[in-house]
Design a protein around this ligand. Structure first.
Ligand SMILES: C[S@@+](CC[C@H](N)C(=O)[O-])C[C@H]1O[C@@H](n2cnc3c(N)ncnc32)[C@H](O)[C@@H]1O
Length: 316
């Protein structure tokens, strides 16, 4: 099962203006989609996911909503949102991205995301992609592997592990998650306490295989353009670099809108203890349209115009 993260907060920000169309860009197991369908009976939810298993799950578990035309599902990567077919002509009132992997992806050994389950060293969210984590580990030059683990894994000194990878792969390519995890345990040492030393190496590989950072960065203006004139883009990130990309893009806005609030929304203590996966979650909201605060400040100076009551969410 996959517990949807920051669900109450997502519903709160999504419900404003009684949305009629919602794009769930990371359907997963549909936790957020299900809750939005229930909380917003006037809305149609358009689900997309790049994982064929997620699409199959949606077709089965959301069959009734598909028949009622309250829900649709497509195998699609939100990085390509500009070419999404079947979107409402006026744009989406809400777009939600809940980034990263789902619990079933992590738990299924055959997907190769986790060093706790032995499986092929795969990590492709989209099974139709050509390159897997094994291709990265077995073919990338030493300098590029170091760079990857430093930048995406935020590992200070990956060099000993990378040197061992490059030596070992001359004898025998890495095939399984255990092959790689055992090498990292051997080089870094692990006393079965605390974080497994492979955690950040696996995270970096997953992000590279699925082109997570650059794909997100380049599609943010397209996601903003895919909103209706007062639509909202809600993004939940789990990695500091991802959050930084979202924060700066929302601030930049390209004349399309503005961040609804400056401070980031994080899970409550209760949610963190009920769902440890939520611990690194950060939520930001982009509001399409003109920022009334800026307009009202200008009007204040010019004509003594008094700003009407502050927007409900603006202090969050
Ligand atoms: C954290 S899960 C989402 C969970 C979902 N909100 C729920 O409540 O069940 C992330 C999902 O997004 C999908 N995903 C990640 N990046 C994607 C992308 N660029 N395009 C489409 N789907 C993506 C993954 O395959 C995964 O199923």
């Amino acid at each position: 099962m996959h517990k949807p993260v920051l669900l109450e907060e997502v519903l709160k920000f999504a419900q404003k203006n009684r949305p009629r169309s919602v794009l769930d860009g990371t359907f997963g197991r549909g936790g957020h989609s299900r809750a939005m369908l229930e909380a917003m009976p006037q809305a149609k939810v358009y689900g997309i996911d790049q994982d064929l298993a997620a699409v199959e799950h949606a077709q089965k578990e959301f069959a009734a909503e598909i028949t009622e035309d309250r829900f649709s599902i497509q195998h699609f990567n939100f990085h390509n949102v500009a070419s999404l077919k079947g979107a409402p002509p006026e744009g989406f009132d809400v777009i939600l991205l809940d980034l990263g992997v789902s619990s079933p992806q992590l738990d299924e050994a055959a997907r190769g995301f986790s060093f706790y389950h032995d499986g092929p060293l795969d990590m492709r969210m989209d099974q139709t992609l050509k390159y897997s984590a094994a291709d990265v580990v077995n073919t990338w030059p030493e300098v590029e592997l170091n760079d990857l683990f430093i930048k995406l894994g935020e590992i200070r000194r990956p060099q000993r592990v990378v040197r061992a990878i490059v030596n070992d792969r001359k004898e025998k390519p890495f095939v399984t998650t255990r092959d790689l995890a055992s090498l990292i345990e051997r080089v870094e040492g692990w006393s079965r306490k605390g974080h497994h030393p492979a955690t950040r190496f696996f995270l970096a590989l997953r992000m590279a295989v699925n082109n997570e950072l650059s794909g997100l960065e380049s599609c943010l203006p397209d996601l903003m353009r895919a909103l209706s004139p007062s639509g909202r883009l809600i993004i939940i990130t789990f990695h500091s670099l991802e959050d930084r990309i979202v924060k700066y893009a929302f601030k930049e806005g390209w004349g399309l809108g503005y961040p609804l609030f400056k401070k980031v929304v994080v899970p409550t203590r209760e949610e963190e203890s009920a769902n440890p996966r939520s611990r690194s979650a950060k939520l930001r909201v982009f509001q399409r349209g003109v920022n009334n605060d800026v307009r009202d400040k200008y009007a204040d100076k010019k004509s003594g115009y008094k700003k009407p009551g502050a927007e409900e969410d603006s202090g969050d």
